[in-house]
Design a protein around this ligand. Sequence first.
Ligand code: F6R
Length: 242
Amino acid sequence: MKIIKAKDYEDMSRKAANIISAQVILKPDCVLGLATGSTPIGAYKQLADWYKKGDIDFSEVSTYNLDEYRGLSHDDPQSYHYFMRENFFDHINVDLNNTHVPDGSNPDAAAACSEYDRIVAAAGYPDLQLLGIGNNGHIGFNEPDDHFSKGTHCVDLTESTIQANSRLFDSIDDVPRQAYTMGTQTIMYARMILVVANGEAKAQAVHDMCYGPVTPECPASILQLHTNCVVVADEAALSLCE
Ligand code: F6R
């Protein structure tokens, strides 16, 4: 694991965008694994700015997102489909036909998840997988558990995740209780993993991810076993790693 310390959120976002940009320049038809949440928004904005300046071209890139709430339609403003268009896809020249997010609108969890596994495998898995980390150490929506997950599956979100994500909804009761998420094993198939984290609330999870025991109680800890994992975090998120 390579840990890169950023001064603050802006610095973290620029550094992460630089790494993603290098991937796209080196391999224009690369497969990017993408994340939602607050943390990557600055990196997406930076990449969109570079696209507008003509520095980066996404026309051949394909993308696979980590997760989606179960039960939300693609045009629901709280869905991750919507989030990705609003924060990234609508600002770059990616072909929307080459962007993929698990189908939360499909109530048949087994069918939605196995179809997602099939298309991620057919794409050859991400060249670069971008990850945020939950306060409880989750990656994607792989919550603390007694085993590591494998392929895409339906999860019950933990109270801590529902609480953390409620800031984006009118009320906590509106937060969906289930999501479809890429599994931990699939995440580990990515050839490079880039984790972004900022703020004090992530300090314990970042510490446990980098230096704790490898345990499904902190799903991100498995990234210690990945041969090409880079963590870009600000000083606050790294404050327990000194
Ligand atoms: C989102 C995802 C989640 C988030 C994590 C951190 O697609 O997979 O694991 O990355 O919950 O969320 P933020 O960035 O909002 O703190």
